[in-house]
Design a protein. Structure first.
Length: 334
């Protein structure tokens, strides 16, 4: 038996994870067809092989394999099937598949709008998976199929660049953002954003919601700002670290945390929170969102989608959500 590896996730908030299964190793005269059924997009994900190698199913976060069928034919039988198909006529053509984009969670509202506009122009709709930039970069490193990576910071794009997993000549620093302190919409908390900031008193008995401060870009920016303003020591043991900035936003939106640090664009997207204060731009490293085509992308529409993201239609959508559009070519050395 041959141990194979696939990748799947149970929901859009669950990181892509590997799973293994056993199958008979194909013989030298066999052609093995494996079919996996995606429970979200309801498509058959299949590959035909006659070599003993692991199979990587093209599932993305939010998609889950719910069934698998394996059929093994002798080479002669497989060829006979092809001949029969030629006699009966070809199967209906599969619709062209749009590029797969791995994008930072904070980009969701803007990219959902942009994807819809892109598809209206008659282009294959892109498939977008949203999660923390660190999670997505690690998935790409592990071989998860993505055509574009859209990070919320330079560090995780640099991480892939150093491993030669992106096409450096396609890399663009596309957007900028700001980070803000938020509270539930009906809260009466007041904070003065200045050196000597005392967040511990404002928190009361609650916790401060942030993305993971060692990995999630918004969490890293937030920690840097709190350190610069002298507030980190007072709250470091009272931080509720979330797997993404949108997860941190949700903690405050639901009233489970009295304060949180998120991007300004996230705060604007949730009517259940309000901005208490904005962190000074010089209190943290510049917030830059780079995007690039991955090295292993084979989708012919990847370059067209990247060009669209840099175009006027996408610019308007990004600015509508509160992003600042930079649109400058970038390198890992930035």
């Amino acid at each position: 038996m041959l141990t194979c590896t696939g990748y799947a996730a149970a929901s859009a908030e669950t990181p892509l994870a590997p799973f293994t299964f056993e199958r008979r190793a194909p013989g030298p005269s066999d052609v093995e067809i494996e079919i996996a059924y995606c429970g979200v997009c309801h498509s058959d994900l299949y590959q035909a092989r006659n070599e003993c190698q692991n199979t990587l199913y093209p599932c993305v976060p939010g998609h889950e394999i719910v069934g698998r069928v394996t059929r093994t034919f002798t080479r002669a039988g497989f060829v006979a099937g092809l001949v029969l198909g030629a006699v009966l006529g070809p199967l209906p053509a599969r619709a062209a598949e749009g590029p797969t984009v791995f994008a930072a969670a904070s980009l969701k509202n803007a990219l959902d709008d942009i994807a819809a506009s892109y598809a209206k122009d008659g282009k294959p709709a892109p498939k977008i998976s949203f999660a923390a930039s660190n999670t997505l970069a690690k998935q790409i490193e592990q071989g998860a199929p993505a055509d574009l990576f859209f990070s919320a910071d330079l560090d995780w794009m640099d991480f892939l660049a150093k491993k030669d997993l992106i096409r450096a000549d396609t890399r663009v620093s596309l957007l900028s953002n700001s980070i803000v302190l938020i509270a539930p919409k009906d809260a009466t908390i007041g904070v003065t954003m200045a050196p000597g900031l005392d967040l511990a008193a404002a928190l009361g008995s609650g916790r401060l919601a942030m993305g993971n401060v060692e990995a999630v870009p918004a969490g890293k920016y937030g920690k840097a700002a709190l350190e610069k303003l002298g507030a980190w020591a007072g709250v470091k043991d009272r931080v509720a670290q979330a797997e993404s900035v949108r997860a941190a936003l949700l903690l405050v939106s639901r009233g489970e945390a009295p304060l949180g640090i998120v991007y300004a664009t996230d705060a604007a997207a949730d009517p259940n929170v309000k901005v208490v204060a904005t962190f000074p731009a010089d209190s943290h490293p510049p917030i830059v969102y780079p995007v690039a085509i991955t090295k292993d992308s084979a989708n012919p529409d990847a370059a067209a989608l990247l060009a669209y993201l840099r175009g006027p239609g996408a610019k308007a959508a990004f600015e509508k959500q509160g992003f600042t559009v930079l649109n400058r070519s970038a390198t890992a050395a930035q």
